[in-house]
Ligand binder design. Structure first.
Ligand code: HEM
Length: 472
């Protein structure tokens, strides 16, 4: 009996040892990039999510030092190849649908839904992209131009009448209100609940340890999604029962599309898309504007040159009270340099995921089929080989550089087929807001403004400023 017990115990120890060995040394038909798979199951997850206050995340920086720009790790139970190499990252984007495909961990998919645009491929992905372009494509941008300006003007007037304003929240409300109006004719003043509250913990929860326990950011995120999808579903039902006479928002467009016999759209896909768009604009654009103001606060020379560019636009106008024109917008060269530099340094989207569809050889390494690939734009943006003194905010570095939105060394909006479909809309909102701000107002930081990364960018204590009108 004792022998049997000893045999079982020995077998157990051997199996566990073998399993741990396999965990640490995954199979690969070639040379796996160097790195550590960390502790069994947990991998290096805790280290990855440790908050830090620097722009260049220590998790990534330390591993680049140890292993080089391409390494392996394990995060939330996944086998991951991390790419901080600009060539490999660019190749991953360009090979979308061939060697790699857009793929996000199950914890992301639970938040964004199984039908979210990033998880769909082929013709359905193309179809959804075109739907989004109907809202934020070049033609729509020209039409919504003056609306963006009047929303910014109105909000700044209110903030200037207040003692202090917390920028991240206030800018978030402004951006959410605008997108909510476009998509679902949402008016926070007429609505019984604030829909934006459902996105409260999103940036914290989305890139956090996916523990579904009350109190965690991930749990709050899931609750926010549930409430938001329910609300969108009810609103869609109400609109179906009582259609608008004149079609004027995305809901109308979706309902028309759902009526077509040959449509690829389903209600679930439409709801996931609306949810993603409300989030995409609200979180990213408001972060970008807030960080831009923070960088400008600490860079008086950049603020001066930006202000001069916008004052020049006003001086050139026949009617100084007329709104911005498309030509004026396109002429804002230094403003676009400020935007690129802000997005480079802040890297608002810190990681992008893909899956290897087959074994892929890159340099001396093999990325095994089925592994996740995590592209890290901040590592590319903060590599001194790509940008001199990369931690400095220096909009002038873009003077002789191409300001196009994607390249091997600039991937704030991703690249390839999955390049951010809202990039031009985001830039337009940032540029118009900066125009309204610097031509009429000054600001003084009061408290907060500290940035923490988990690795998503956050302002844990907000960014409180006093805004006041310039003396003329
Ligand atoms: C500063 C603001 C923004 C930043 C930094 C940003 C960043 C990104 C990045 C990096 C991606 C690529 C994701 C990937 O490759 O997996 C992406 C995709 C996307 N973005 Fe943005 N974004 C911004 C604003 C917006 C806005 C305003 C919208 C909506 C109107 C939007 C809608 C989308 C959509 C729908 C996708 C998915 C594209 C696809 O899978 O084909 N984004 N964004």
């Amino acid at each position: 009996m004792l022998h049997v017990g000893l045999c079982i115990a020995a077998l157990f120890v051997v199996s566990i040892t073998h399993w741990v060995y396999r965990w640490r040394n995954p199979k690969c038909n070639g040379k796996l990039p160097p790195g550590s798979m960390g502790l069994p199951l947990l991998g290096e997850t805790l280290d990855f999510f440790t908050p830090n206050q620097t722009n260049d995340t220590p998790f990534i920086k330390n591993r680049i030092k140890r292993y080089g720009p391409i390494f392996r790790t394990s995060l939330v139970g996944l086998q991951v190849i991390v790419s901080t190499d600009s060539e490999l990252s660019y190749m991953v984007f360009q090979q979308e649908g061939q060697s790699f495909e857009s793929w996000y961990p199950p914890s992301f998919r639970r938040i964004f839904g199984n039908q979210n645009i990033s998880s769909l491929h082929g013709s359905l992905h193309k179809y959804l992209k075109n739907m989004v372009l109907s809202v934020v494509g070049p033609e729509s941008l020209k039409k919504m131009f003056s609306e963006v300006e009047s929303v910014a003007t109105r909000n700044l007037e209110v903030w200037a009448s207040q003692e202090t304003v917390e920028l991240k929240t206030s800018i978030g409300n402004m951006v959410f209100e605008f997108m909510g109006k476009k998509l679902i004719s949402y008016d926070p003043e007429k609505s019984s609940e604030n829909l934006r509250d459902n996105f409260e913990a999103f940036i914290r929860g989305l890139i956090s340890f996916p523990l579904e326990i009350p109190g965690t950011a991930y749990y709050k995120c899931l609750q926010g999604r549930k409430k938001m999808i329910m609300k969108l579903k009810n609103m869609l039902e109400e609109r179906r029962a009582k259609p608008n006479k004149v079609k004027n928002d995305f809901f109308d467009y979706v309902l028309e599309e759902l009526k077509q016999n040959d449509t690829m759209l389903t209600e679930a896909t439409a709801l996931d898309l609306m949810f993603a768009l409300l989030f995409a604009n609200f979180e990213t654009t408001s972060q970008a504007i807030t960080v831009a103001i923070k960088f400008l606060t600490h860079n008086p020379r950049a603020l001066k040159e930006l202000t001069e560019e916008h004052q020049k636009i006003l001086r050139k106008r026949e009617n100084p009270k007329a709104g911005l024109t498309w030509e004026e917008y396109k002429s804002m060269r230094f403003t676009f340099q400020v935007i690129n530099e802000t997005l480079r340094l802040a890297s608002i989207v810190p990681v992008l995921f893909r899956k290897a569809k087959k074994d892929i050889k890159f340099k001396e390494y093999t990325i095994p089929s089925g592994w996740a690939v995590m592209v890290c734009p901040p590592a590319v943006h903060l590599d001194p080989v790509n940008y001199k003194d990369p931690l400095d905010f220096n909009p002038w570095r873009w003077e002789d550089m191409d300001l196009k939105s994607a390249s091997k060394t600039f991937m704030a909006f991703g690249g390839g087929q999955r390049f951010c479909v809202g990039a031009d809309f985001a830039k337009l909102q940032i540029a118009i807001f900066l125009h309204c701000l610097v031509t009429k107002y000054q600001w003084q930081p009061i408290k907060g403004g500290d940035i923490v990364r988990t690795p998503g960018l956050q302002f844990p204590n907000g960014f409180h400023v006093r805004i006041f009108e310039k003396e003329t």
